[in-house]
Design a protein around this ligand. Structure first.
Ligand code: NAP
Length: 256
């Protein structure tokens, strides 16, 4: 019940999917949660749900690719909840599914702006708040595709590889100040992002899901909670000796 009691956590892209599950788990375990996203209706509905079951949460509209807005929202969170202990850099997009030679610069930049610059802006902005308290945990959601690749969505793979190493650099930069930085590498998790990829699959969404199931040695795609519990561990003091690490939660995908 109290694994992150009293901690203040910001979750980006918190309205849906992995972010939504993370907000619920952190709130259930005692954190004050700043739910941030670009989907206001879904974000506010989540906050209402968390409050109904006795948790503490507030919603902020935040596009992570806008540095000015990141600064403004983080300042408001720190004022409302008095500090920032945990940052979950979760917001991410898949981007255009084209081969490298067919991609435009704009399509490349669109993914980098959210998946890489967004992590940079949010980390950069959260660090001074964490330095004030000489404590903090930053959790960057990379992917199995930050570890291995696949013959599709080139900017996505590049972005998740970048997040993996940004994590290690920041882990080393801020270790003396007891600010921990770790990455999480999910396998396929059934969320709106993945379901949307299935809409254009030749076998339809159900066929796509069955195909994804077959790619994981445990026989199925994961659920958002599977990732949220890993994030909870990294947010809590149970992981106080863990920094610069890669938490792979992938049903055995990368063990093959
Ligand atoms: P999701 O279902 O699409 O949820 C992500 C949320 O982030 C959505 O509400 C999305 O809004 C929002 N978002 C998009 N762009 C944003 C921006 N610029 N600023 C703030 N929020 C923004 O995605 P998910 O599957 O839960 O993925 C969450 C993270 O896990 C991502 O970083 C993803 O790359 C990573 N991941 C997912 C999987 C998987 O299989 N699901 C596997 C490995 C890694 P919109 O719906 O409007 O875009």
């Amino acid at each position: 019940m109290n694994r992150v009691k009293g901690k203040v956590a910001i979750v980006t892209g918190g309205a849906l999917g992995i972010g939504q599950a993370t907000c619920k788990v952190l709130a259930a375990e005692g954190a004050k949660v700043a739910v941030t996203d670009i989907l206001d209706k879904e974000g506010q509905a989540l906050v209402d749900e968390i409050r109904r079951i006795g948790g503490t949460a507030q919603y902020w509209h935040l596009d992570v690719s806008n540095e000015q807005k990141v600064r403004k929202v983080f300042a408001e969170v720190a004022e409302k909840f008095e500090k920032i202990d945990v940052l979950v850099n979760n917001a991410g997009i898949a981007g255009a599914n084209k081969a490298t030679h067919d991609l435009s610069e704009q399509e490349w930049d669109q993914v980098m702006n959210v998946n890489v610059k967004g992590v940079f802006f949010c980390t950069k902005t959260a660090i001074p708040y964490m330095q004030k308290n000489t404590t903090g945990s930053i959790i960057n959601i990379s992917s199995i595709y930050g570890l291995i690749s696949a013959p599709d969505i080139p900017p996505y793979h590049a972005s998740k590889g970048a997040v993996r190493l940004m994590t290690k650099t920041d882990a080393l930069l801020y270790a003396k100040e007891k600010i921990r930085v770790n990455s999480v590498h999910p396998g396929y998790i059934w969320t709106p992002l993945v379901e949307n990829l299935g809409q254009s699959a030749p076998d339809g969404v159900e066929g796509f899901r069955a195909h994804l199931d077959s790619l994981h040695p445990l026989g199925k795609v994961g659920e958002p909670d599977d990732i949220a519990y890993g994030i909870l561990y990294l947010a809590s003091d149970e992981s106080k000796f863990v920094t610069g690490s890669e938490l792979v939660i992938d049903g055995g995908y990368t063990a093959q």
